[in-house]
Design a protein around this ligand. Structure first.
Ligand SMILES: [Zn+2]
Ligand SMILES: [Zn+2]
Length: 662
């Protein structure tokens, strides 16, 4: 039977799920992403004429357009069901503009791929949102202009083949500056003194557990102990004195559940709890969103759309989760009114938080249809959503001030009164061991079990992880749901930063690129300015600004910096003590896309070049080569300078397993 209607989406998995749900009347075809874009080898933007973009069909994608055109013939209706954000809107609009100029194309928007959501969307299609399309174009043009003009400067100064992006470069700056803070950090020694105390034993035999108190003040001043001598003196001074309870304070504290996930918080929590990097989180989330076959060849989307900055929850879902909480946990766990969460500025109220689409499908129940990663992420999303609509946890927090002569110790401990949302979503800090403080009275004398001074050093700021970098990008306003993961991915792919055991290290190459850009393009590298541009793109999407205004605001200062840089940037030459074995000229350090290497100063007359070795001998018996850092599609490794005669490779330098890049 011939299908009546055509539905266009951007991914094959999504097409399959939609096809199953929509049934026989709908032919669902995937565009496999963007089909129309700026040209690959030209600027494609007329900077003299209002930044008019000239779009072209992406090489190799013509066939898809022809297929779509063919499938549209004789159909009753054409629906565009691409994702509900700027990219989705733009993909759809470009297709319509390219091949369906004189045809009616109905835009359908849904945030979850489930029968009820699709039914709703298809009965109320809308027109294309041209403000969204324009905001997408604005970002594309900005990024293109920056990349197109900056990359050749990097080639001139550092190495051919390098590239610079707009927001990525600012993110790189954050990583490079953190790297330097860490390198310049001078640790300061300090000491802490902890007392292990317990109630004085009564005559009856009772086991009393001890508790810990920390020295906080000396003669009313904050206790600052700089070295061992001072610590020892204090210990001696305290040891034979009596500890007396000065004050006891018990308060009830509430801890409220966190909001349901948005893209940034999902990426943070998936790193903290599951050690997924941002890209992996988005790949797995997309699988859950686009449809999982949960038996009987019946795929459905298990979560709502994963690119969102809204904590809003649909009315239906709210009802469903509240009745689930009441049934499963009882009325103490259900707040009288649904919990509401503040929306961020510019957050799309029409968008939704990332949540499960069916509360009745708990992760345990569908485990056999999910792979391990899908299961873990689905469980995280599922639990977080239910917790977000539960009552707060309640604690009794006790703080005790204890005096010994002029010294003041403080102890605090908390006990759980009611678990609330923590019944299903454990917070990392709740798992920590607790200091349990026994019932005490004012002026009570305590027994000292142990007095322990401990040496510490102040610590440099922590390196960024996928979690803390996404958090920082969000706080600074320089990332959006669709960009956090690609920003990070790009920096790693270009080898400007490396991820080691989950934390980012700026590479020497990344630092060089960053310094050059900061010197010549301070505005592009300015966090505040970039945040301002992102905000203006949001305003374009809201229809309150147009692209020409923001592109002009951006381009004038950019052009001035560019002209200055083009006139003044010279390639730097770093000579070494080595001489060329072929012509005797000195060898100089050059940069390639794959890192540093030695090249003859006589280049291009003399083409002699060699790798810079790690200085570590190849462990292969009788080889005599040295290990060289190399790069493949799968990451970094060390190979032998005698390759291909010697095939030795290793992930790390043999004698230095933990070596980290400088
Ligand atoms: Zn030479
Ligand atoms: Zn070797």
């Amino acid at each position: 039977m011939k299908k009546q209607n055509l539905v266009i989406v951007e991914s094959p998995t999504k097409a399959k799920t939609l096809s199953k749900i929509l049934g026989n009347d709908f032919l669902v075809v995937s565009s496999m992403g963007h089909l129309i874009d700026l040209p690959q080898k030209k600027l494609g933007v007329d900077v003299e004429k209002n930044f008019q973009p000239s779009y072209v069909v992406i090489p190799g994608r013509k066939k898809v357009l022809e297929l779509l055109k063919k499938e549209a013939k004789g159909k009753n209706k054409i629906y565009m069901a691409t994702d509900p954000d700027r990219e989705g809107e733009a993909i759809g609009w470009h297709i319509k503009n390219q091949i369906f100029k004189n045809k009616k194309v109905l835009r359908v928007v849904f945030h979850e791929i489930t029968p009820s959501a699709l039914k709703n969307a298809f009965v109320q299609p809308r027109d294309f949102d041209l403000n969204m399309v324009e905001a997408q174009a604005g970002r594309r043009i900005l990024d293109r202009v920056v990349g197109y003009f900056l990359s050749p400067l990097l080639w001139k100064k550092i190495a051919r083949g390098l590239s610079a992006g707009r927001v990525q470069s600012v993110a790189l700056r954050l990583i490079v500056e953190r790297e330097r803070q860490i390198n310049n950090f001078i640790p300061q020694e300090y000491w802490e003194i902890e007392a292990e105390l317990k109630k004085v034993q009564s005559t009856e035999y009772r086991v009393q557990s001890s508790f810990m108190a920390k020295l906080v003040k000396i003669s009313e001043e904050k206790a600052e102990i700089k070295n061992k001598q001072q610590a020892d003196d204090i210990v001696l001074d305290i040891k034979n004195n009596t500890f007396k309870v000065l004050d006891i304070n018990t308060k009830e504290k509430k801890r409220y559940a966190d909001p349901p996930f948005i893209t940034s918080t999902l990426q943070q929590e998936a790193f903290n709890k599951l050690r997924f990097n941002a890209t992996k989180t988005m790949i797995v989330a997309q699988q859950l969103y686009e449809g999982i076959d949960i038996g009987d060849d019946n795929p459905i989307g298990l979560i709502t759309y994963m690119r969102t900055d809204s904590t809003h929850v649909a009315e239906e879902a709210l009802k469903e989760v509240r009745s689930h909480i009441l049934k499963k946990f009882g009325k103490d766990y259900l707040p009288k009114e649904p919990n509401t969460y503040k929306l961020k500025k510019h957050a799309q109220a029409a968008h939704e938080a990332i949540r499960p689409t069916f509360i009745a499908k708990p992760p345990e129940g569908i485990a056999k249809y999910l792979n391990e990663e899908q299961y873990k992420l689905y469980e995280l999303i599922y639990r977080r959503f239910i917790a977000s609509q539960m009552t707060p946890s309640r604690y009794s927090v006790t703080t005790v001030d204890i005096a010994v002569g002029k010294y003041l110790f403080s102890a605090s401990g908390s006990t759980l009164i009611f678990d609330g949302f923590a019944k299903i979503y454990n917070h990392n800090e709740l798992d920590k061991e607790k200091n349990v403080i026994p019932a005490l009275e004012k002026d009570e004398i305590l027994d000292l079990v142990n007095l322990s001074p401990s040496q510490h050093f102040t610590k440099p700021p922590a390196r960024y992880s996928d979690s803390s970098l996404v958090k920082k990008l969000e706080e600074e306003g320089i990332g959006r749901p669709s960009t956090y993961a690609p920003i990070i991915q790009t920096l790693v792919m270009r080898d400007y930063a490396r991820r080691l055991r989950g934390y980012f290290y700026a590479t020497e190459l990344g630092s060089k690129v960053c310094d050059l850009l900061v010197n010549y393009f301070p505005k592009i590298m300015d966090v505040k300015f970039t945040a301002h541009m992102e905000e203006e793109l949001d305003e374009v999407e809201e229809g309150r600004l147009n692209n020409t205004t923001i592109l002009e605001e951006f381009y004038q200062p950019f052009k001035a910096s560019l002209d200055y840089a083009q006139a003044n940037i010279k390639k730097e030459v770093l000579t070494t003590n080595e001489t060329c074995p072929q012509c005797g000229k000195p060898m100089v350090i050059k940069w390639g896309r794959k890192g540093k290497f030695l090249s003859c100063f006589g280049f291009p007359q003399c083409k002699f070049a060699k790798s810079i070795t790690s200085g570590v001998k190849c462990p292969e018996v009788g080889c005599g080569g040295e290990l060289i850092e190399r790069r493949s599609r799968r990451g970094f490794f060390f190979g032998c300078s005698n390759y291909p005669k010697c095939n030795f490779i290793s992930k790390n330098l043999p004698q230095d397993q933990d070596k980290e890049p400088a």
